[in-house]
Design a protein around this ligand. Structure first.
Ligand SMILES: Nc1ncnc2c1ncn2[C@@H]1O[C@H](COP(=O)(O)OP(=O)(O)OP(=O)(O)O)[C@@H](O)[C@H]1O
Ligand SMILES: [Mg+2]
Length: 370
């Protein structure tokens, strides 16, 4: 007769971590679907076997959970609960890499003082560890990147302190010093932005954004940095609004124009343009600079990636700008593309959905509405 499932059975089945129930001889008497997935053992094959057959979980010192001196035997013998925050689960049925896990073994008592069995709970900690590792890598890279401008800053200040300098020389050194401080400030800003992006702490507040005013603002902001390059901002009269966030759009375009400036020579032209497509506004930032070789294209948007090219290595940079650009563009529901010819120039294209297309529920009716 089919037995109605009790809520506790349901809880066992649906528990989000691996549960393995053993009797006092450490024989498997139940396991839930997560445990089946994690160990690679189907319930039908696992039940009735010694836990050691299906489970090899080793702590960093190499002690196996199911060994005679391991946590399971100790829990069954002494009746104490054992927690381990970090261990490796080996997949005995496949040659897959071990999974990083945390586990606990809790003795179960039906009656009497001696345990009648135990429940092993195993939690796959890979995602948590990946987040921590990414953060560590960012910290390491950040410290490394900050060292260069900091060393220059120290050298410059020593020069200022130790030597009798003319007013002109002092000014020049102070200007360099200011430039390095600027670089450090930008770098810290970028590192904080990446850290916020990677931990999912960036919220997106979409609203109708007037593109012309953002573009104008960007052109005004970057003009002091042009140093002999000319910047043309091309905006048609009837530019549609986008559904986005002005601050993010601004950050995207400033990053792209800054790259265009950094990777081109004085005397060349940079263009920032925007035009309306049927469903998006298309921004283009083009330069007549050093360009990008084909082999670097696939990795440009990766964190810390800089093309291995003398023209690029001459400039200072961390390789975070385009990573931030792509993350922000994605948050706005848009896309970013690049085309380039080495030695000729580069064009970055960003598309952001138009406000009216996003809001429209019946797009067909609106065709030709303006
Ligand atoms: N307009 C461009 N022309 C030529 N190469 C470019 C251009 N924009 C980006 N690149 C290449 O892409 C790489 C990554 O760009 P990104 O903006 O992410 O980093 P960066 O400019 O080197 O440093 P950061 O922006 O963090 O200061 C650059 O190092 C460069 O090799
Ligand atoms: Mg950059």
């Amino acid at each position: 007769m089919a037995r109605e499932r009790t809520l506790s059975e349901q809880a066992f089945e649906q528990f989000p971590q691996a549960l393995i129930l053993v009797d006092r001889e450490a024989t498997v008497i139940a396991l839930n679907p997560v445990a089946e997935r994690l160990t690679g053992w189907a319930r039908g094959d696992a039940l009735g076997r010694p836990a050691a057959d299906i489970l090899e979980v080793r702590t960093e010192t190499g002690v196996n959970l199911c060994a005679p001196n391991g946590a399971l035997r100790r829990a069954l013998r002494l009746g104490t609960k054992i927690n381990t925050h970090f261990a490796y689960l080996f997949r005995l049925r496949t040659s897959d890499d071990p999974v990083r896990v945390a586990y606990s073994v809790s003795p179960l008592h039906l009656k009497g003082r001696a345990p009648d069995g135990a429940v092993i709970v195993i939690h796959d900690v890979t995602p948590e560890l990946e987040t921590i590792e990414a953060r560590d890598a960012l910290m390491l890279a950040a410290s490394h990147e900050l060292k260069t401008p900091l060393t220059t800053l120290k050298g410059l200040s020593e020069l200022l302190l130790d030597f009798d300098l003319s007013e002109g020389q002092r000014r020049e050194l102070l200007q360099d010093l200011h430039g390095q401080a600027d670089r450090m400030e930008r770098l810290i800003g970028d590192i904080l932005a990446v850290s916020r992006i990677d931990s999912g702490r960036v919220s997106v507040d979409l609203s109708r954004v007037d593109v012309a005013s953002v573009v104008q603002h960007v052109c005004d902001e970057v003009s002091p940095m042009l140093k002999g390059r000319s910047l043309k901002c091309r905006l048609p009269e009837d530019l549609p609004a986008v559904m986005g966030e002005a601050r993010k759009l601004h950050q995207i375009l400033v990053n792209l124009v800054n790259n265009a400036i950094k990777y081109s020579e004085p005397g060349t032209q940079i263009t920032l343009s925007a035009r309306g497509d049927p469903s998006a506004v298309r921004f283009e930032v083009s330069d007549q600079g050093v360009g990008i070789r084909k082999e670097h294209m696939p990795r440009l948007f990766e964190k810390f990636y800089r093309a291995d090219d003398p023209a690029v290595r001459r400039t200072s940079g961390t390789g975070l700008g385009l990573y931030i650009v792509r993350s922000l563009v994605t948050m706005l529901g848009g896309q970013v593309h690049v085309r380039s010819r080495h030695g000729k120039g580069t064009v970055f294209t960003v598309t952001v959905p138009r406000a009216e297309t996003t809001a429209r529920t019946r797009p067909r009716l609106a065709v030709g509405a303006h």
